[in-house]
Design a binder for this molecule. Sequence first.
Ligand code: ADP
Length: 453
Amino acid sequence: MRGKLTLEELAEAVAAGTIDTVLVALIDMQGRLMGKRFQAEFFLESGWRETHGCNYLLATDFEMETVPGYAATSWQAGYGDYTMRPDLSTLRVVPWLPGTALVLCDVEDHRTHAEVPHSPRTLLKGQIARLEAMGLRAMMASELEFFLFEQSYAELQAAGYRGLTTLGAYNEDYHIFQTSKEEDVMRAIRTGLNAAGIPVENSKGEASAGQEEINVRYAAALEAADGHVIVKNGCKEIAFAKGRALTFLAKWNDRAAGSSAHVHQSLWTLAGEPAFLDADSGGMSPLMRGFLAGQLAHAEAITYFLAPNINSYKRFAAGTFAPTKAVWSDDNRTAGWRVVGEGSKAIRVECRVGGSDLNPHLTYAALLAAGIDGIERGLELEPEFRGDAYVADAREIPKTLRAALEALDGGAMLRGAFGDAVVEHYLHAGRWEQAEYDRRVTDWEIARGFERA
Ligand code: ADP
């Protein structure tokens, strides 16, 4: 059995004994799967309609802290339940876990059954609906990078994350021999995801030791974002099963490249015509120019959603292929935005700003909201940037979480697109992340100053 399943196909598989477990999961603020493992018979009996989860799941941090100060939920409000509503169009087998299927959920208010406005999936669906009202559909893809390690998660955790040894010892960009040594994990990832209905295009070595990239065929925005979350979870589960660890941290080591999640975007008419292609010139249509202009105009305000963690900002280093400037260029990898595929139906915008730790639903929602604003206001696209953007005097991408939060706070566009309460919710998440970091003493400070201060 492969790929997506209907409820009837699931019932048949359960009757045949090939599936016994259904993972029922929402997508949290960090872009992770959170939910329950259903006995398949019970899922078929009632779980497919709805289940429940504590509402702190959309108000917590990486470490599942009950973060104080959220308007949406708190100890004061009793940390009640959300309704988790399975979206049966996402039901699929998980080939790398024995006898298992997975379904993703929308998140609803327990009483009113309105979708929770700060749920990442809801936010993306909101921007997709805006585009649909304009007669447009967004097709998206994330190019996900990560680092593979010799050790297992348990070994690394026990060692306090010291002595991390990458699988491979040298820059493996496009390297076939080195990536052959990683095939035990990577082949299982490619074939596993493909059999889960996530059409993998390829994997390749990247510009640091142990660094890999996985590319999935572009799809409608929600399908692509859901796929991105499943890819990340699947990569970790498959590495775990092989006794290896891998990380989607944006920067795990200051001597290695960072890991990106470049986002490819194109708009199409509802009839399937490429709305980004100017049929006469083969270049960018006016609609595409407005879309790209919108993303550049709001580059600072949307950065939080491309780089949501303290660690995300360690990746923005010159000369590492990670962009530092919010400029656009045709096929120039030093620019934050790249136009790819000119002269063909595949003409698209690649946003290179985001790191591999981003939440795809939030990122896609913020990018689409900025692009829609550019189209609606008919923004003029600035001239293409040429040369080395690292050294250019050009619009900077915020270099710290603090600066990105200030830009998010001060921007009106996302407040209009997402609603004030949602922006405040994510500002709170970002400020908590900043505060958690600020109160920690790092290894670097001790090594640098212990004796010499
Ligand atoms: P690169 O030049 O960055 O290596 P690739 O050819 O590897 O580009 O494609 C990167 C990603 O772009 C893939 O996931 C691919 O499916 C996606 N892609 C291709 N065409 C489009 C499109 N029209 N819209 C959005 N994504 C697309």
